[in-house]
Write a protein that binds this ligand. Structure first.
Ligand code: BEZ
Length: 216
């Protein structure tokens, strides 16, 4: 099945290092990121899982649950967690799904046969509280992901859900945002953006990030 932005994240039940997880029930009303790893006891994955663990409070602040998956089984994951905690100075408190049957890998199209027949690529699925996939990023096994970028995407999704804005190139917390082109009504513009905006072009209007949405 090919998954797109806007698709409902396929539900599943699978064993994890925290016991069985039924995705939709486990997410509840939270956001979630489901991120795949090619294999246990591999160097890049070890650093990624450690970084994710160390960013627990940042994900928590944004009401995002983290869920990792790797094609090995749960016993292997549990042994690997010891290495991750030792080498990355981290406490790994989120679950890792076992996937030796490749159920999740197949359901989420995480195996790219042109890259490797059996190992998953590095995918991240961003899932909102309605269980919709809101963004997908995919890297090859040789390229570790940037977890600051993952947080930045979540910030953009959550901000643009609440305000009629979009985030421009390289945007980060506190930077100016752009007003969506569809918003043209002068009264609504004045109400939504009381501090005004700067029209660089009629279609490129910049305004301050709404204060209450800034995460420190
Ligand atoms: C790694 O996580 O280091 C890795 C996994 C598979 C292929 C290459 C690197």
């Amino acid at each position: 099945m090919s998954l797109h932005i806007g698709s409902i994240a396929p539900d599943f039940e699978q064993e994890s290092t925290h016991g069985p997880i039924k995705l939709h029930d486990w997410l509840g009303s939270s956001w979630g990121i489901l991120f795949s790893h090619p294999k246990d006891f591999t160097p890049v994955c070890t650093t990624e899982l450690g970084r994710a663990a160390n960013l627990k409070s940042e994900f928590g602040k944004r009401n995002v649950k983290m869920l990792a998956v790797s094609v090995d089984d749960v016993d292997s994951h549990k042994r690997w967690i010891g290495d991750i905690e030792e080498t990355q100075n981290a406490k790994l408190e989120y679950p890792i799904l076992g996937d030796s049957d490749r159920k999740i890998a197949k359901l989420y199209d995480m195996i790219h046969p042109e890259a490797n027949d059996t190992l998953t690529v590095r995918s991240v699925f961003f899932i909102d509280p309605n269980k919709k996939i809101r963004a997908i990023i995919t890297y090859p096994a040789s390229t570790g992901r940037n977890f600051a970028e993952i947080l930045r995407v979540i910030d953009s999704l959550q901000l643009t859900d609440q305000h009629k804005v979009a985030t421009p190139v390289d945007w980060k917390q506190g930077d100016d945002v752009v007003i969506v082109p569809a918003l043209q009504d002068p009264e609504e513009l004045a109400k939504r953006f009381p501090d005004g905006f700067r029209a660089v072009k009629p279609y490129l209007r910049l305004t301050k990030q709404p204060k209450e949405s800034i995460k420190s």
